[in-house]
Design a protein around this ligand. Structure first.
Ligand code: SAH
Length: 314
């Protein structure tokens, strides 16, 4: 395409690469390219389920609420969260926004009754309990050097960037997704928990990265065969959230501790004494600032009639 039509933007490159990447494999876990929080420990999805249940109850247990996940991976988080929601008396219909046929297959094996959608715009007209974990980071960014947009060209048979210099990123695709979620919440009520690696305040810099086989790789190497992501600018998402409240951004470790992961760790260890060390290690991976605890952030949107979910203010 580049040879025929000329250099393409980073945004287009990232879109084309990730479309092929996710459509052609299950990238998660030890045998894949990267491991996500729900694949590390059941406690991650359980704490999310508890936060959703608590907020739903405080909202007055509104009828008709649905569980929604954007980019649900293997469906592991949904399984863990829905188990906790059921204990709180809520068995909501499950709606997944997922474009990858391979991952839809994995999700179907675990959640046969779910409904699948291509985009947030197709979600049912109902109050949402929505989760997006490591979804926004896979949506494409644009890169700018001054007022010029960075592009990918072909030179001597290899891909290369067209420009050199200090980079600024933005993402109309992510902002459009945040807007669509917010519009839905404003109209039908509910909450959205957005969890991703990124920063609370907009800042300059090149954060585009490629991961393959659990190691960083050259972003222009093996297009479509490695995971391309960029840091999520939570400030930009909050600005896009018209008509709903956006919470402060909290580090994942802090948020899980505030929700009570310490108590859940103890209970799980008591039930599985043979896995004590493993369970302690899982909590560390999720919460320790040197592991996922600080780099990953959490932010929630909530409709005006719903309370702020737990863990964002003390
Ligand atoms: N949330 C899961 C998986 C994260 S990987 C977990 O935490 O384990 C990113 C997920 O988003 C995958 O399920 C991928 O197929 C999906 N995805 C990527 N781009 C998408 C898009 N444009 N629309 C819908 N889903 C997308």
């Amino acid at each position: 395409m580049i040879r025929a039509e000329g250099p393409i933007t980073v945004e287009r490159y990232m879109t084309l690469c990730n479309d092929h990447y996710y459509a052609s494999r299950d990238p998660l876990g030890a045998a894949g390219d990267f491991t996500t929080a729900p694949e590390i420990s059941q406690m991650f999805g359980e704490m999310i389920g508890a936060a959703l249940a608590d907020c739903w109850l405080r909202a007055g247990a509104p009828a008709g609420a649905v569980y929604v996940e954007l980019g649900p991976g293997r469906g592991t988080l949904a399984g863990d969260a829905l188990r906790v929601l059921a204990k709180a008396g809520l068995r909501p219909p499950v709606h997944f926004v997922e474009t990858s046929p391979v991952l839809r297959g994995e999700q179907h094996a675990r959640m046969p009754d779910a409904r699948w959608h291509q985009s947030v715009d197709d979600l049912p007209q109902a109050p949402l309990l929505l989760i997006a974990n490591e979804f926004f980071d896979a949506l494409p960014v644009r890169q700018w050097i001054g007022d010029d947009e960075q592009r990918v060209a072909v030179e001597n048979g290899a891909l290369r960037f067209t420009l050199d210099g200090p980079i600024r990123e933005d993402s109309p695709t992510r902002e459009a997704a945040a807007k669509a979620i917010a519009a839905h919440l404003a109209r039908h009520g509910g909450i959205a928990l957005l969890i991703d690696y990124g920063h609370a305040r907009s800042s300059d810099g090149d954060t585009l990265q490629a991961v393959r086989g659990h190691a960083f790789a050259d972003v222009l190497a093996n297009p479509g065969e490695q995971d391309l992501t960029a840091h999520v600018d939570f400030e930009a998402l909050a600005k896009a959230a018209d008509g709903v409240a956006a919470t402060p951004v909290v580090a994942q470790g802090e948020w899980l501790e505030r929700l009570g992961i310490a108590a859940r760790t103890l209970a799980l260890k008591a039930n599985h004494p043979e896995r004590e060390d493993e369970i302690a290690a899982e909590r560390r991976r999720l919460c320790d600032p040197r592991e996922m605890g600080e780099l990953f952030k959490v932010m929630a949107f909530h409709s005006r009639a719903w309370p702020q979910p737990a863990g964002f203010a003390i």
